[in-house]
Structure formats: C-alpha cells, structure tokens
Design a protein around this ligand. Structure first.
Ligand code: XUL
Ligand code: CO
Length: 436
C-alpha cells in the first residue's frame, strides 16, 4: 500500500542538486573518520510528532491533513498508522524510530484492555520491523497526558498513581524488549512541581528513584540489555522539572545509586530552556561518561518555549557532532528527531521536507566536525592554553602532590604568577567559520 505515491526513496544527489527531496550531504555509505555516515548518525524518527502530531496549539485545533488517519482512537486506525509510518521511515532511509506506548496504541477502558491493544500493535510493529529492517531506537511510556497523572507519575502524591505508573513502565519495557529496542527512555513528563507549598520534594524524589530502581530490577528479570536513559528538561509542563538539566540528572542518579544503569538523552530545545547550549550539555555529560543519545531539534529564542523545530542550523549541528565525535560516537544512541513540522506546514509532504532537511543538516554538521578535527586548530589551541598544567607546579597539583603549604611556599618565592595570555575567542570563532 503506498500512502505517499508521489514520493520515492530519498537519494543522495550531492551538494549541487536542486531537488528539494534529495540529500545533498547525507550519503549513508560514505566513510568519515573510519565509519559510514549512517553508523555515525543513526537517524531516528519519532512516532509522537510525525504520526500523531496534529498541529494543535493553545489557540486552536490541529491543522494537519493526514488522509490515512480517520481521527478515531480505534486499534484499526492505529494499525493503519503503522503501515504509513514504516513507508515513511523507509522512504526517508531512516534506520530507527522511537515511540511512547500511547502514540502507537490507544488506551482502552482498563489497564488490561490498554495492554491488549498495545500487544496487537506491537505484533504489527514487529512484523514491519522484520519486513523493512527499520529498528527501534527506544521506547518510553507516556505518563503525562492522561489526567490521572496530573500530579506526576513516579512523583505523584497519590500512591496508586505511582502503582499505575509502575505497571505502565513494566509493560512499555516488555514491548520495547520484544521489539529489540536499544534503549529505554524516561522523560519526567510531570515529574516536578508547580508550587512548593503543596509539595514534599524529598519524598517525591525518593519515589522517583524507587521507580527507576524497579525498572533496573525488572530489566534484569526479563533480560532487557538496552540502555536506560533519562532526558533532562527544566520546565514545561511543570514550573520546575526535577530532571532540569544534565547536572541535576547526574546528581540525582549519583545520590540514589542509579548512575551505573543510566545515561542521558539530551535534547537541544531542553538545553536552551535550561539556559545552556547543547554543546555544554553534551560536553558535561560526555566527560562523565553518560552521553547516551540525542533528541535533535531546535527552539526559537524569540519565542522561548519548547517549539521542537527541525534543526537546520549548521553551527548547531557541527557543534553537536563535534561533541559526538569527541566522546567516541554513539553506542546505543542516535540522532532522534524529536521535532515537529509547523502548524502552517500541514501537508503530508512537509513531513518529508522536514526530515530531509534535518538529516542533511546533521550530515553537513558531521562533515564540518570531521574537518575541524582533521586540521586540529581548535584542539591544539586548547591543549596549548592549558600547557602550564603539563609540567612543573601544574603537574604537581594535578598529581595530588601539592597542598596549601607547598603552594604558599611556591608563590612566596615567585611573588606573581606567570603572565596571562589572551583567550582569543574572536580568533577561534573565525576559525570555526572557516569550516561552515
Ligand atoms: C518532551 C519530550 C518527550 C520525550 C519523550 O519535551 O522531549 O517527547 O522525548 O517522552
Ligand atoms: Co525529547
């Protein structure tokens, strides 16, 4: 069945091509730094925006025209969406996809019926994965849309809501495992607070940690070897999300003995909402060994909320890929387009323009990052900038051979430290520009 009859599989045509539905930079089998572009980038398409996004916003209903979707919550409609989704994944040449339980399968009247619906759709997803070779990057549970989660899921004040959330994660993990998912993600949908006057923050965090430990235990029980990931976000929907940024996540994981089991799924728009750049979040996570996967998108700094736009900015993608390469590339992670077409881009073909653009921007970013690394101008500047730590007093401090007394003695003898040198920010920004 062809739901996109006018579109054939997107091909690499090179930078001179003016065909809007061709890759100019993404040449999947081309080798960069010893690995194919496909293996570097591990592109993934999200079910929630691409298959379920309607374009609704707080001011009006959806605008998206999706001729295959009858708008109902039926299992039949959900099964049809699976066919559409895999045609789209294949035509975009995306090796991976990702979903929430509730994007793919409708909720029933009871948890039992909901689980049965999920199993039926999982059968179809598995059959399509086998038929196409498209794989599951990660699964997750939507524990924020249903009104039962108004106070959170793992952090709800209502213990039975916690129990429901546990049951939901259990099922979502089972399905993710069955479909060979390479990761399982926790984004703390409503795990945060609006008002501290009604919140026992310590108790809520203790409970969230309990939920995650139960997930770790259950993974062992069912033999799920995928990587657990936490996705930081500082706000939206709550005023304060507990997993506010990479640093907060790391502190939480360490405090509750979860660090051995989790890495982070960093999202560009979440980084900017937290007042960081994506590069900062990636470097901070990478240096601590928890750079797991990426939700690729971009915000609009003039709007300032989580607009989840497709990334097209080469500076952003080059900086992002520079960090991916710096930390040795993805293992289980990938570039997952947690991005949605604009409300005004309501035609099915816009889904293709959006993904082709995002994939190409990342492919270009990868090429730029590899060129920057090949010439090594930035790396050698940084290395030289810290050379005072390579020998003498710097090396002694790093080796733990110095203390206050020895450092006081050293400075009393010297009088003043060696002269400082320029940080050369403008020169380095000009160097970065050489590669864009
Ligand atoms: C929300 C968000 C989610 C997670 C998965 O901002 O990014 O879609 O990626 O729950
Ligand atoms: Co996300």
């Amino acid at each position: 069945m062809a739901y996109f009859p006018e579109i054939s599989k997107i091909q690499y045509e090179g930078p001179k091509s003016r065909n809007p539905l061709a890759f100019r930079w993404y040449n999947p089998d081309e080798i960069i730094e010893g690995k194919t572009m496909k293996d570097h980038l591990r592109f993934s398409i999200v079910y929630w925006h691409t298959m379920r996004g309607t374009g609704s916003d707080p001011f009006g209903p959806g605008t998206a025209v999706r001729p295959w979707d009858d708008g109902s919550n039926s299992v039949e409609n959900a099964l049809k969406r699976v066919e559409v989704a895999f045609e789209l994944f294949q035509k975009l040449d995306a090796p991976y996809y990702a979903f929430h339980d509730r994007d793919v399968a409708p909720e029933g009247e009871s948890l039992r019926e909901t689980n049965a619906n999920f199993d039926k759709i999982a059968d179809a997803l598995l059959a399509h994965q086998k038929g196409t070779g498209v794989k599951l990057l990660w699964g997750t549970a939507n524990m924020f849309s249903n009104p039962r989660f108004m106070h959170g899921a793992g952090t709800s004040c209502n213990a039975e809501v916690f129990a429901y959330a546990a049951a939901q994660v259990k099922k979502a993990m089972e399905v993710t495992h069955r479909l060979g998912g390479e990761n399982y993600v926790f984004w703390g949908g409503r795990e945060g607070y609006q008002c501290l006057y009604n919140t026992d923050m310590k108790r809520e965090l203790d409970h969230l940690a309990k939920l995650l430990h139960m997930a770790v235990d259950y993974a062992k029980k069912i033999g799920f070897k995928g990587q657990f990931l936490i996705e930081p976000k500082p706000k939206e929907p709550t005023k304060h999300q507990y997993d506010s940024d990479a640093a907060a996540c790391l502190n939480f994981l360490r405090a509750y003995d979860l660090l051995p089991y989790f890495k982070l799924n960093l999202e560009t728009n979440h980084a900017t909402l937290a007042g960081h750049t994506m590069m900062h979040e990636m470097d901070y996570s990478g240096m601590q060994g928890v750079l797991g996967s990426l939700d690729a998108n971009t915000g609009d700094l003039l709007l300032g909320w989580d607009t989840d736009q497709f990334p097209t900015d080469y500076y952003l993608t080059a900086q992002t890929m520079l960090m991916v390469l710096k930390y040795g590339g993805f293992t289980t992670g990938g570039v997952n387009f947690d991005a949605k077409v604009r409300r005004e881009s309501f035609e099915p073909i816009d889904l293709f323009h959006a993904h082709v653009g995002g994939m190409d921007a990342f492919a270009r970013g990868l090429r730029i990052a590899a060129e920057i690394r090949k010439e090594g101008l930035l790396d050698s500047f940084v290395k030289n900038r810290y050379r005072s730590w390579d020998s003498g007093i710097g090396a002694e401090i790093e080796a733990g051979k110095a203390d206050f007394a020895s450092l006081e003695k050293y400075m009393l003898e010297k009088g003043e430290p060696a002269a400082n040198e320029s940080g050369r920010q403008e020169m380095l920004e000009n160097i970065f520009n050489l590669y864009i």
